[in-house]
Design a protein around this ligand. Structure first.
Ligand SMILES: [Zn+2]
Length: 145
């Protein structure tokens, strides 16, 4: 995959993640509870490493939460060098699609197929896979009540 495009997609992923997290920060004003690493939400590298607390997860909508998981998953794929490949047919996902949905797992055609098969309305968000029950919560930084 083209290195420039890869960098662009990575930036977009981190931006999207940052946007979702910043909405939470603004809403709750509990930024300090998320620990040292998140005090500068615009630091892209730190955004990649942020810890999800229970409070954070509680405040997000299901779609936001699912999107965060998909973004992390996509970032992981970038690290592993498998980003931008459709998980269903193994073909490269076209650049215009990646620019619109940088965390997508499938090419447009496969996304349609997966949607038909699974019956979910947003297959690439992985709504079914990432129900709140399946999300592991790090509690280290919020302490037991
Ligand atoms: Zn495909």
């Amino acid at each position: 995959m083209d290195k420039k495009l890869l960098e662009k997609c990575k930036q977009r992923l981190l931006e999207e993640k940052s946007k979702i997290l910043e909405r939470y920060f603004e809403k709750e004003e509990t930024q300090q509870r998320l620990g040292e690493e998140s005090k500068e939400p615009r630091d892209w590298e730190d955004i990649g490493q942020i810890t999800y607390t229970e409070e954070l997860l509680d405040s997000l909508s299901q779609v936001e939460m699912a999107t965060l998981k998909e973004i992390d998953y996509a970032l992981e794929k970038i690290d592993k060098g498998v980003y931008g490949i459709c998980e269903r047919c193994g073909e490269e996902i076209p650049e215009p699609r990646l620019c619109v949905i940088p965390w997508t797992r499938y090419c447009a055609q496969c996304a349609e197929e997966v949607e038909k098969e699974s019956g979910t309305f947003m297959p690439y968000y992985g709504i079914d896979m990432y129900s709140p029950d399946n999300i592991q919560v790090e509690r280290e930084d919020i302490g037991e009540a």
